[in-house]
Design a protein around this ligand. Structure first.
Ligand code: MN
Length: 180
């Protein structure tokens, strides 16, 4: 500091130090403007997409909320099933987590029992496991679905769930405190 003060007594040196501090301030500003910015998607700004008829029975609507840029990989969607609506049989190459948000539904993996799912339930389906999920026959159901794609594919779709497999007449009571 003592040396710096001494140099500043010489006008050419003071000018040099001043320019260098000024350049530093500019580069800091430039670095700030190059920092990645937060993306804010307002509620209601995304269109709901109809679940494709070849992959769903009944009406399901999908809000594809989480579609991050590389290198982040998880994809997340809210899926709204009307009463009786369900996915076709399918699997996920890296598995899938479902979080039930409202209503009352079913989930089943091939060869396993059909299980009632209700708000707050969290369901993990392991990679390459055939399964389906959907609403009960008389109640809508919404779940959040999280999966990572492998080579750009997050789900392998198969045949529809038949009415017999679905068991349309079956009902199971479940919590309705978050139903919409
Ligand atoms: Mn699934």
């Amino acid at each position: 500091m003592k040396n710096l003060m001494r140099w500043l007594k010489y006008p050419p040196m003071a000018l040099l130090v001043g320019v260098s501090i000024g350049a530093g301030a500019i580069s800091v500003l430039a670095a700030d403007s190059e920092k990645p910015q937060i993306t804010l998607m307002r509620a209601g700004s995304r269109p709901l997409i109809d679940g494709p008829a070849e992959n769903f029975t009944g009406k399901a609507r999908i809000d594809r909320q989480v579609r991050p840029d590389d290198p982040s990989r998880p994809m997340g969607s809210m899926v709204y099933f009307e009463p009786g609506a369900r996915t076709a049989w399918h699997s996920h190459p890296l598995g899938q987590t479902l979080i039930v948000v409202s209503g009352c539904g079913w989930v089943q993996s091939e060869g396993g029992p059909k299980k009632m799912i209700q708000p707050g339930d969290v369901i993990w389906t392991p990679p390459d496991t055939r399964h389906w999920h959907g609403a009960q026959a008389s109640v809508a159901m919404a779940h959040y679905a999280i999966a990572e794609p492998l080579n750009g594919v997050a789900a392998q779709w198969m045949e529809k769930v038949t009415d017999e497999q679905y068991g349309a007449q079956e009902q199971t009571k479940c919590m309705t405190w978050m139903t919409n």
